[in-house]
Design a protein around this ligand. Structure first.
Ligand code: GTP
Length: 285
């Protein structure tokens, strides 16, 4: 789904998330593990305030594993719980439930102390477009998909999906906008497929991909396009021309660019992380 974010839409999205927050114990903030900072919503801290949060670095299967661990620790240092996941995997759904229980243990203990009946944890999924919110919801709810009906005190029409006796989820995830006004961030979002292609030229994106890969993942780049060491020192437009020739596209650079971008997105160039922890990780700590 592609959303054009105008100020009115942003205000509406923000309002909708704030409305729903009242009904949940915990928020699952989904970020893309390949861009753990760039795929966050810039106003989320302000929106969520002190609501318990589990940061889920999704698409962990496509990201650089060493970088993912560093980013996980980064979020933990900020005071959140964090897990690197693949929303398509059942075992990760189990980890999410276990971690949510741990985060909320004290709250639930207190409720018990006040004589309240045991109940399921209530959660909602939040993230920017295409980060994997629906995939995670489907995975968590699985085949036993069941709408548990309205709860007392919940806005009319609010539906809950049941994972098991331990976890219930709001049926619609919160969709928030990314920080696309920053050009560098916009390129990263486009390269991972989070924002529309038309906003950026494919050749600019392909050159950006080559730049990042040559710098941080040179072996993966060499292997995929059968390049030699010297090729990596070529100016990037020339490297694009070279790859175009190697792939038999001659001087059809548009076609070569499209191929590179598609292959990067689908993981054919191997795992990579575009928000390099060493470069930008400490910025807001
Ligand atoms: N490799 C990989 N792909 C994933 C993962 N999670 C989701 N995807 C894919 O990412 C794409 C987007 O997933 P969705 O679940 O539709 O994302 P969404 O956040 O609900 O998207 P919007 O409806 O646009 O807000 C789909 O093609 C999914 O198959 C993951 O952990 N690993």
């Amino acid at each position: 789904m592609t959303i054009q974010w105008f100020p009115g839409h942003m205000a509406k999205a923000r309002r909708e998330v704030m409305e729903k927050l009242k009904f949940v114990d915990i928020v699952f903030e989904l970020v893309d593990a390949r861009l753990p900072l760039s795929s966050r919503n810039p106003m989320l801290d302000n929106i969520l305030q002190s609501k318990p949060r589990l940061v889920l670095l999704n698409k962990g299967d496509l990201a650089d594993t060493v970088q993912s661990q560093k980013w996980k620790s980064y979020f933990e240092r900020l005071g959140y719980s964090a897990l690197v996941i693949n929303a398509q995997e059942n075992r990760d759904a189990k980890k999410i439930v276990a971690e949510s229980k741990r985060v909320l243990a004290e709250k639930f203990e207190k409720e018990k102390g006040r004589g309240m009946k045991p109940r399921a944890i209530r959660a909602m999924v939040i993230g920017i477009p295409n980060v994997g919110k629906s995939t995670l919801l489907n995975r968590l709810v699985g085949k036993k998909i069941a709408q548990t009906g309205n709860k007392p005190g919940v806005t009319k029409g609010q539906q809950w999906l049941r994972h098991n006796a331990e976890l219930e989820l709001l049926d619609t995830p919160g969709i928030l906008w990314p920080k696309f006004e920053d050009q560098e961030v916009a390129k990263k979002l486009a390269l991972t497929g989070a924002i529309k292609d038309q906003l950026l030229h494919l050749d600019d994106l392909a050159i950006y991909a080559l730049e990042v890969l040559a710098r941080f993942y040179p072996e993966q780049l060499k292997e995929r396009y059968k390049l030699n060491d010297d090729d990596l020192f070529l100016p990037y437009p020339e490297l694009l021309m070279k790859i175009s020739q190697i792939r038999g596209f001659r001087d059809d650079y548009d076609r070569a660019s499209e191929m590179i971008v598609n292959e990067v997105r689908s993981g054919k160039l191997g795992r990579f992380t575009l928000d390099n922890y060493e470069e930008i990780g400490g910025r807001d700590e």
